[in-house]
Write a protein that binds this ligand. Structure first.
Ligand SMILES: C[S@@+](CC[C@H](N)C(=O)[O-])C[C@H]1O[C@@H](n2cnc3c(N)ncnc32)[C@H](O)[C@@H]1O
Length: 541
């Protein structure tokens, strides 16, 4: 498989592993009823202010392999947007780039290298977060599309490439001003789609039609050769090929058509396409069932019915949507954001790929279009999809979160008023790192956060037990195992016979974290005690 190389590649391939794990610090919760409050809504909807490299790492313990749909819209590296390389990769060649604004083509010979170094570790973390039956969609244009495709082939696997979706973008033609041109105007950009697993099959994808398409009839015979599907209907038995359906289904469909004709005759209606469609709508669509119909065509060939529909199977040309098609929100909002994406694109992706209770992640959130799209869909079909948005810039609060609040509450005035979607979310900042450079626990994080982390790494459950004096070192009991974190700031903790009284509740098995263990192996085996050394045995994500 061809592989892309660039300056700094070998330094960033494993960089995602070196990124420090930081805790998420809850700043406020927001809901329609309560507005902004200190209380965590625990709704699962999250807006995180911070660099997505660290935010994605912070999400790993809880969300690894759980995100069904990822949509990202990273900087395109056009030379027009100002993005800054800010990953602290520990190498002099790359450190030189730190906090530098990336220049334009010709002016900055490493601009593509920087972009690839920035994207690679983030895509690695996104790959870890994606579920086995999930898909990632990445907006991009000509500037980096080819490079992006090659690194995604490497990270997600070439076999998991699904589509390069083409989206229309507004373009001005300036050809008339010049005698000749250097290239054609750009009227499209792309959304690159990968899955995590090539066994995963995508759901059917439909375009909505503007008008309902009338019912039609299809030839019931097809050329694929299956002798078991050659049986007699209407006195015809094919000599080769096959009927489309099994015998029972075809016979039932013939009866259904007879019933349809009888019903129309009984009510003195002509047996034409419009009346057949009406009969179908009344009997099938209104009752939410499918009814097969099969008849003999005017040319004496069996044909089956294709019901009226307002959908058609879609493909990768999405030229019915404009990339930056402005939503009502952007039209009427006093808050401006350059080039927000058209929420209809994200609604289309999410409603296609995600289930009604899936988690949707956007780690380059910008003005929060993905949150808006998820809330819209939930309102439309009563779903309970969750969004996680990450935005690095300070406008995470005043633009990203503000938009989500307005969408939840409703916005606009008079005849331009848009009703709120309802919903809630929690807003977080990236907090202290959990481990110091020397791998020791960072006391600044606070014991509660450390205890929560340890318990989660052990059980994948949240620690809900209130700490009590009596059970001071107990995290909690889970599945007959007692989890203990015997830890004191500035003091060595020793697990020995003399201080086994730290174990305060009876369980079948005990997992005990401490600095040192003096218990002998036989005793531990007999009493089902597993010792874990702090910090050596604390799991890192
Ligand atoms: C093209 S905009 C996304 C626009 C968004 N799709 C919308 O509709 O509003 C890219 C966003 O990613 C943010 N961003 C860039 N690098 C980031 C990083 N390392 N961590 C988090 N956000 C980042 C930028 O600040 C910018 O807001």
């Amino acid at each position: 498989m061809p592989e892309l190389t660039w300056i700094g590649k070998e330094k960033v391939i494993t960089h995602h592993q070196d990124v420090p794990y930081r805790v998420l610090e809850h700043k406020y919760g927001f809901s329609v009823e309560g507005g902004e409050s200190e209380k965590e809504t625990k709704s699962g909807n999250k807006i995180i202010h911070g660099d997505n490299l660290e935010a994605l790492k912070a999400l790993l313990p809880e969300y690894e392999g759980k995100i069904k749909c990822i949509y990202i819209d990273p900087p395109y590296n056009t030379g027009n947007e100002k993005w800054v390389y800010n990953d602290n990769v520990n190498h002099p060649k790359i450190k030189k780039w730190l906090n530098e604004v990336v220049g334009t083509e010709g002016e900055d010979l490493t601009r593509h290298d920087k972009w690839l170094c920035m994207m690679y570790p983030r895509l690695k973390l996104l790959h870890k977060l994606l579920s086995e039956d999930g898909a990632i969609f990445i907006s991009i244009d000509d500037n980096e599309q080819a490079n992006l495709k090659l690194i995604c082939d490497e990270i997600f696997g070439k076999q998991n490439f699904r589509n390069n979706i083409i989206i229309k973008r507004g373009t001005k033609s300036v050809q008339a001003q010049f005698e000749n041109i250097d290239k054609l105007g750009i009227a499209c950009e792309f959304i690159v789609c990968y899955s995590k697993n090539n066994n995963y099959r995508l759901p059917h994808f439909y375009f909505q039609l503007d008008e309902i398409r009338k019912g039609t009839w299809n030839n019931h015979w097809r050329g694929t050769d299956r002798p078991t599907m050659r049986y007699e209907i209407f006195g015809i038995t094919p000599q080769k090929g096959q009927w489309r359906w099994g015998k029972d289904r075809s016979i039932k469909a013939i009866e259904n058509y007879k019933l349809c004709v009888d019903n129309l005759n009984d009510s003195n209606k002509e047996v034409n396409q419009d009346n057949i469609d009406l009969w179908y709508c009344e009997n099938a669509i209104n009752n939410n069932i499918e009814i097969d119909l099969l008849r003999l065509s005017k040319n004496n060939k069996p044909e089956h019915y294709i019901a009226p529909t307002n959908q058609k199977y879609g493909n990768n040309l999405w030229d019915d949507l404009l990339v930056n098609g402005t939503s009502e929100y952007n039209k009427y909002s006093d808050i401006t954001f350059d080039n927000p994406k058209n929420p209809k694109i994200i609604e289309r992706i999410v409603s296609w790929i995600a289930d009604k209770d899936s988690i949707i992640l956007d780690s380059f959130a910008g003005s929060g279009t993905t949150g808006h799209a998820v809330l819209n869909l939930n309102k439309l079909d009563g779903g309970n999809r969750k969004f996680i948005l990450v935005e690095m810039e300070d406008y995470a609060q005043d633009i990203t979160a503000e938009r989500v609040k307005r969408v939840i509450n409703g916005y606009g005035e008079g005849n331009k008023k848009v009703e709120g979607t309802g919903g809630e979310f929690d807003y977080y900042e990236l907090g202290e790192r959990l481990f110091l450079e020397d791998n020791n626990l960072n006391e600044e994080v606070g014991q509660e956060k450390i205890r929560e982390y340890i318990y989660y790494t052990e059980t994948k459950e949240f620690l809900n037990r209130e700490r009590t004096k009596k059970d001071w070192y107990l995290l909690d009991n889970y599945l007959n195992t007692g989890y203990y974190f015997y830890y004191e700031k500035d003091k060595l903790t020793v697990l020995s016979i003399d201080n086994l009284n730290i174990v305060t509740q009876k369980a079948e098995q005990y997992v005990i974290y401490a600095d040192i263990c003096l218990l002998d192996k036989e005793f531990m085996l007999k009493n089902n005690i597993i010792f874990k050394k702090i910090p050596r045995d604390i799991k890192h994500f």
